[in-house]
Design a protein around this ligand. Structure first.
Ligand code: SF4
Length: 135
């Protein structure tokens, strides 16, 4: 059976900052190795220094922002202050595997993200490629 998004999905970021807000203060923005190197370079830091300053390792060995009091240290108002260095999960929004179930998309993603339905049509192949990227 074809997925509901088989004809493609229009999306263009409207700069609302809503996808950057964490749930209950948990720093849920994750950084894989490539993300860590890119952000460190963007900030002009050595990777180890970037990790010490910003990241926490979870029980599964994954690195995420450790900011109990802030959704994301890089969120400045509604804007990402480190946009060029932002990690993969921010680049691939809203095309995350957990977002693409029709129910989730219709009840949680589309009503809350003003970029859904706007701008360029992302083809099914393009969405598939994003979904298969290393998280
Ligand atoms: S890194 Fe930037 S785009 Fe990603 S959650 Fe933080 S402010 Fe938002």
């Amino acid at each position: 059976m074809k997925p509901w998004w088989s004809e493609g999905v229009r999306f263009e970021c409207q700069g609302s900052g809503r996808c950057c807000l964490s749930r209950d203060g948990y720093g849920y923005v994750y950084f894989n190795l490539k993300d860590r190197l890119r952000m460190a370079e963007h900030l002009g830091l050595k990777p180890g220094e970037f990790m010490r300053r910003y990241l926490t390792k979870d029980a599964y060995g994954n690195y995420h922002l450790g900011s109990p009091d802030k959704p994301c240290q890089f969120l400045d108002g509604k804007r990402c202050s480190a946009y060029e260095g932002r990690p993969s999960q921010c680049r691939s929004w809203p095309f995350w595997p957990e977002n693409m179930k029709a129910k989730t998309w219709n009840e949680e993603i589309a009503p809350n993200c003003p970029g859904v339905g706007k701008g360029r049509l992302h083809s099914a192949d393009e969405i598939r490629a994003i979904l298969s990227e290393d998280p």
